[in-house]
Write a protein that binds this ligand. Sequence first.
Ligand code: 5AD
Ligand code: SF4
Length: 419
Amino acid sequence: MNFFIETIGCQMNVNDSEKIALFLLEHGCCSVDNIEQADIVILNTCSVRFSAEHKAYSFLGRVKEYKQQNPDMIVAVVGCMAQYAYKEIKQRFDFVNFVLGAKHIDEFSKYISKYIDISSSSDITIQNKENQFFKFVTIMRGCQNFCSYCIVPYVRGPEISLDFEDIINEINNLVQNGVKEVTLLGQNVNSYKNKEVNFTNLLQKISAETDIENIRFMTNHPKDLSDDLIDEISNNSKICKHIHLPLQSGSDNILKNMNRKYTYDHYRNLVDKIRNKIPDINITTDIIVGFPGETDNDFDKTFQAIKQIKFGGIFGFKYSPRPKTLAYKLQDDVSETVKKQRLAILLEESNKISKQLNGNYIGKTADILVENFSNDTADGRNSQNIKIFFKYSKNIVGQKVKVKITKALANSMTGEIIV
Ligand code: 5AD
Ligand code: SF4
């Protein structure tokens, strides 16, 4: 049977979709690139913003037409939106065979087995060639921070740290299969705690007990990034020098209403401490504009914060009211036009800053693991997570190379291979 998976949302979903794909491949199914050829269509959903839900609904609208042509097609909706909009999906799209929420994603095999025969298993594990050197490893599920705008704690449930021994085993297996870099995933990795192992200990264990070459991780919460963790990132050469540290707003008033549990001063001091201990660190962030009650003055504080801190990059979002959250009760009083304007102002400034920062790398060399190759151009990321493109005549995906940086753009750099 042929399957097609559409994934919307964060890396956690990408990782879950990969696991589902692997399961289906191991049970004799084949992956296809378009819905027309598929017997099984799986939609992995996100509910963090309304736009992600809209995407899912329009995808299902398209699937409906294919299902009319091929009534035997099996359609499954999984992930965050499947968790909280279960009833609506079932009602509006009655052709969907099953809806499986993010909290129960591990039960996918049980659900799909009602529709396909999974008793036979194939020995051939087909790996996606481009990805076999780089893998996501989920180390935590859920979140209990209850930032007032965020639906994640409601759809993914409370924070659970996965067993550290299972994580080490998983990484050892990946290494045996050729993987060279892992990205540890969780909504809040720095609060990882399993038995007596905290996130810093986990990083130490992964470095000592596996042969993985590069370790990346995301995402972090500024309220619990410990000194020990900063020291570990600084001292451990396997850990890439990049921290994604969502600020969300530069205004203390808004931070308080967002229930972020820190002030802008706390955040700034933390950034100073990180940069003092790890001078070559790249710090990136998330910002929400147009949170309820955000005045021009609040927004200006965010704008000044961006100028002051000089992030390597920002992910900017327009506030989107989410049912169930605390902020949903507040009036969404910043107009769409103002949200758009504020976002554009931030991104313009941030691009200017990251281009300047990237300029500091010109003439320097970077060690990179090559990730992609097409049409004589290869690319990979440096330790700081900045994409670097360079010309090369053959496919060297998965190899470590030295590249001299020649040009800096806002979101990437170009260079020349020297080894
Ligand atoms: N509206 C807009 N952005 C949001 N995020 C989370 N919830 C919302 C929302 N309701 C953003 C935050 C978070 C990132 C993953 O998504 O910035 O860090
Ligand atoms: Fe959402 Fe806040 Fe948890 Fe991040 S830390 S997932 S923004 S509730």
